[in-house]
Design a protein around this ligand. Structure first.
Ligand code: ZN
Length: 356
C-alpha cells in the first residue's frame, strides 16, 4: 500500500514537474539604487536586455557641485557594481541595448566603468547634448566625451518619437527624443484630457532634461513608461491637451519625482497602478510629487529611498527600498503578458501583485 502510494506520488510529480519548469515568462524591470540618479534594467521574456542609464561616475572630478554629493560618495564604481549585481541576478552576461535618456552625469556617468565589467552592444541616445548643456550643468560634456568614445565602438541608434527599438517580443516605442514628442497619439490613446491646465509646470533644468528619450514598453497587456528627466513643454505635450500615450501600468515618475514632474494631468492621463520614484534621500520625490500620487488613491507609490526632505509624505515602509544609507536595495517588477505584475522590495522581500 505504502509502496503503491509512493509510486503514485512519483507519477504525479513527474506529470507536474515539466509544467513547473516551464514557468510563465516575464518581463523583468530592476529599478537600481544609484542614489538619485537613474539605472533601470529591463530583461525581456526573450532574454534580451536594455539598461536605461547607468548612474554616477566614480570620479569626483566628473561630478558637478550641482548634484550636492559628498566627496567620494560614488567612488570605486559604486553604481556600476550595483548594476552588475542586478545583471547577475537576471543571469545576464552583456547589455544588448544601452539606452541613454540624456547627457547628465547622474544618467550617463557610470556607463564607461560598467562597460569594463559588462560588454555593451548597441547604444541608443539623442545624439549630442543640447546647446548650453555644460553652462547649465558643468562637466556634462566631459562625461559625454568619455561616453562618445565608447559609443563609437558599438552600434549606435538615434531614434525619433514614434520609432520602435528593435527588441524582440516586446514593443519598445519611443515617445520623446531631442525635445520632440509623438506627432500623433498611439493606437487607443488620443482622448482629450480634462485635467490639463495652462502650460503645465516649467522645467527645473531647461536645457538637456527636456531632450530626454522617453519610451513606452509593452509586453502583452502590460505597459511601462520611462521618460528619463523629461520635463517642461515636451512632458506636458505627451498628456495635454490630448493624451498621446494611453493607459500605463508602471510609471517611473519623470525627473526622479521632481516638482516639475508633479502635474496631476500626466497621472490622470496614463492612470498608472504603480508610480516608482528613483529618488535619493534628498533628491527627487519632492513633497508636491509625492502628494500628487497620494491624492490619486488608485496609485501605489514605491520609492528607492525614504525622502528626508521636510514635509515629504513617504509611502509606507513596505514600499521603500531603502530607509537610510545602510542599504542599496532595488525595486523589481515582474510582469506577465496578461497585464498582471508583481512589485518586490529588494530589501525586505515584501511583494504586491497588481492586476486591473
Ligand atoms: Zn536625473
Amino acid at each position: 500500500m505504502k509502496r503503491w502510494l509512493v509510486a503514485l506520488l512519483g507519477a504525479v510529480t513527474l506529470a507536474v514537474a515539466p509544467a513547473m519548469v516551464r514557468a510563465a515568462k516575464t518581463l523583468d524591470i530592476y529599478f537600481i539604487d544609484v542614489e538619485g540618479g537613474q539605472a533601470t534594467l529591463v530583461v525581456t521574456p526573450a532574454g534580451e536586455s536594455m539598461l536605461i542609464d547607468a548612474g554616477f561616475p566614480s570620479d569626483d572630478a566628473l561630478i558637478a557641485p550641482i548634484y550636492g554629493m559628498k566627496p567620494g560618495a560614488s567612488a570605486n564604481g559604486r553604481d556600476p557594481k550595483r548594476i552588475l549585481a542586478a545583471a547577475k541576478d537576471a543571469g545576464l552576461s552583456q547589455i544588448d541595448y544601452m539606452l541613454v535618456t540624456h547627457f547628465h552625469a547622474d544618467h550617463d556617468g557610470g556607463i564607461v566603468e560598467l562597460a569594463e565589467m559588462l560588454p555593451m552592444r548597441t547604444f541608443v541616445d539623442h545624439g549630442e547634448p543640447a546647446p548650453g548643456t555644460d553652462e547649465a550643468v558643468p562637466l556634462s560634456m566631459a562625461n559625454f566625451e568619455r561616453y562618445k568614445a565608447l559609443r563609437a565602438k558599438g552600434r549606435h541608434l538615434e531614434p525619433a518619437p514614434g520609432d520602435l527599438l528593435p527588441l524582440k517580443g516586446v514593443e519598445a516605442r519611443v515617445v520623446s527624443a531631442d525635445a520632440l514628442v509623438l506627432a500623433k497619439p498611439l493606437p487607443g490613446a488620443g482622448a482629450a484630457n480634462p485635467a490639463c491646465s495652462g502650460q503645465g509646470v516649467p522645467a527645473q533644468e531647461k536645457i538637456e532634461n527636456p531632450h530626454s528619450i522617453g519610451i513606452r514598453l509593452q509586453y502583452g497587456q502590460f505597459r511601462f513608461l520611462n521618460l528619463g528627466d523629461l520635463s517642461g513643454p515636451p512632458l506636458h505635450a505627451l498628456s495635454c491637451p490630448n493624451d498621446l500615450i494611453g493607459r500605463i501600468d508602471v510609471y517611473l515618475v519623470a525627473h526622479h519625482g521632481g516638482a516639475d514632474a508633479a502635474d496631476p494631468a500626466i497621472f490622470k492621463a496614463i492612470e498608472p497602478l504603480v508610480a516608482v520614484f528613483n529618488n535619493g534621500p534628498r533628491k527627487g520625490a519632492q513633497p508636491v510629487a509625492l502628494a500628487t500620487v497620494r491624492q490619486l488613491s488608485a496609485i501605489d507609490g514605491w520609492q528607492l529611498h525614504r525622502s528626508l526632505i521636510p514635509n515629504a509624505e513617504n509611502a509606507p515602509d513596505d514600499r521603500l527600498a531603502n530607509l537610510d544609507e545602510s542599504t542599496s536595495a532595488w525595486i523589481k517588477v515582474s510582469a506577465s503578458d496578461d497585464g498582471s505584475f508583481t512589485v518586490t522590495n529588494g530589501r525586505t522581500g515584501y511583494s504586491k501583485t497588481y492586476r486591473r
